[in-house]
Ligand binder design. Structure first.
Ligand code: G3P
Length: 218
């Protein structure tokens, strides 16, 4: 499963870039607002740091304006993926931009029926929001399983990009459910390394090693 970081903070991305774990980045208008930066500058800088797909979201709500914004965002760098909301206009714009050769990430997906329409509109990625469904009292992960089954039934090539990931359990379950990618905040990636038994086991190994008085490097 590909791991994307869900952030527009360049310092966070810089800190993680050398792990080789980051396959791409997703942003949204809220994350750009939080960064305090201009969208074109933020996306350009992110694209120089992370060479995989970087989603930049259009904010227009009418098809023609979405298409114009999408073309402008895509011109920032070759690895920009245009992010569009799952609305009738968004899916029409998705079809046009896809036919022009751009990659589109259809976002704000909350049902399998919506995901089916996005795939039929040529989306390169569909972003189901797991955490927000859980917040609403619905099993978010069940949606990933449903979309996986539908896309496999009909050999859709749209990649499932699990979003609104709030816990390491979400990350694990999205991988089990067959999501192609998960986009996560850096704090979840940080937490994914951690296990109390790793820490206590390492401490015991190092305590025993110290008693030997040896040094591997001499
Ligand atoms: O990028 C969209 C997404 O991952 C949002 O997450 O935590 O705001 O629901 P969240």
């Amino acid at each position: 499963m590909q791991i994307f970081l869900d952030t527009a903070e360049i310092d966070e991305l810089r800190a993680w870039a050398d792990t080789g774990l980051i396959d791409g980045v997703t942003t949204n208008p809220s994350l750009i607002a939080k960064s305090g930066r201009k969208i074109d500058e933020a996306i350009a800088e992110i694209c120089t740091l992370i060479l995989g797909p970087v989603s930049a979201e259009a904010v227009a709500t009418a098809k023609d304006e979405m298409i114009a914004e999408g073309r402008k965002l895509a011109a920032i760098a070759p690895n920009v993926v245009i992010k569009l909301p799952l609305t009738p206009d968004g899916l029409r714009a998705c079809r046009t931009l896809t036919e022009e050769g751009f990659k589109v990430n259809v976002t704000l997906c909350f049902s399998a029926a919506q995901a089916l329409l996005a795939a039929k509109s040529g989306a390169a990625y569909i972003s189901p929001f797991i955490g927000r469904l859980d917040d609403a009292g619905v099993d978010g992960m069940a949606l990933i399983h449903d979309i996986r089954a539908i896309y496999d039934n009909f050999a859709f090539e749209t990649e499932i990009l699990a979003a609104s990931i709030r816990t390491t359990a979400h990350l694990r379950d999205a991988a089990i459910a067959g999501a192609d990618c998960s986009t996560i905040p850096t704090k979840i990636l940080d937490a994914a390394y951690k296990h109390a038994l790793t820490d206590s086991g390492l401490k015991a190994f190092l305590d025993d090693w110290e008693k030997t008085g040896q040094s591997i490097l001499g």
